[in-house]
Ligand binder design. Structure first.
Ligand code: 5RP
Length: 223
């Protein structure tokens, strides 16, 4: 099976976690795009979605799925999103699509995070994927030096040769060379740094379930 087929498989499998009659939290990325396509088949049986990015909002609306402002709804039953890496405890690296801040907000607003991923995303220790960190641009140089002091190398993510601007008007640093053996402590610590908007470690908002697409079908992992 190709990676794209595995994404389709888990995107469809995630439908079983959508609660009829309840608004669903929707993540961002190519795997979530498969889920959004599948979600269109439930139109009318859910009121709509809270979205984690302008890109997902556009896709949801294009399929006729109403999108609610996060401030206009209460707690969500479930949040469905992909990951760049997921470890054996459900801790993740996210933000490859630059949507990490809104993803973490919608995840925090939801009772259960269901991660959908193909098996290439499963790792023993987080950190091979460059860690995305959303930052306020004036703090970039200082935060880069702080990561360097930890042995990390931070680079500003570019788009068309200029710094990528997130949906929140900020920049992304991609950090390599870090050891993320204690994701909870790391996330808590980096979150305190002035100028950091969101760090792409999802340990406090970890997955409760991962639907992992494998050559043998969808594996359900609970944490
Ligand atoms: C976007 C994300 C995505 O969930 C993550 O990058 C995985 O994306 P894909 O499903 O395309 O591999 O965190 O900010």
């Amino acid at each position: 099976m190709t990676q794209d087929e595995l994404k389709t498989l888990v995107g469809q499998a995630a439908l079983q976690y959508v609660v009829p009659g309840e608004i669903v939290g929707v993540g961002t990325g190519s795997t979530v795009n498969k889920f959004i396509e599948a979600l269109a088949t439930l139109k009318g049986r859910i009121p709509g979605a809270v979205s984690s990015s302008d890109a997902s909002t556009a896709r949801l609306k294009a399929l006729g799925i109403p999108v609610f402002d996060a401030n206009d709804v209460g707690e969500l039953a479930v949040y469905i999103d992909g990951a760049d890496e997921i470890d054996s405890q459900g801790y993740m690296i996210k933000g490859g699509g630059a949507a990490l801040t809104r993803e973490k907000i919608v995840a925090a607003q939801s009772r259960r995070f269901v991660c959908i991923a193909d098996e290439s995303k499963r790792v023993q220790v987080l950190g091979r994927f460059p860690l995305p960190v959303e930052v306020i641009p004036m703090a970039t140089a200082h935060i880069t030096r702080q990561f360097a002091a930890m042995g990390g190398t931070a680079r500003v993510r570019l788009k068309d040769g200029v710094p990528l601007v997130t949906d929140n008007g900020q920049h992304i640093l991609d950090v390599t060379g870090l050891s993320l053996k204690d994701p909870l402590a790391f996330e808590s610590s980096v979150n305190q740094w002035p100028g950091v908007v969101t760090v792409g470690v999802f340990a406090h908002q970890k997955a409760a379930i991962c639907l992992l697409g494998t050559a043998d079908g969808v594996q359900t992992l609970s944490y």
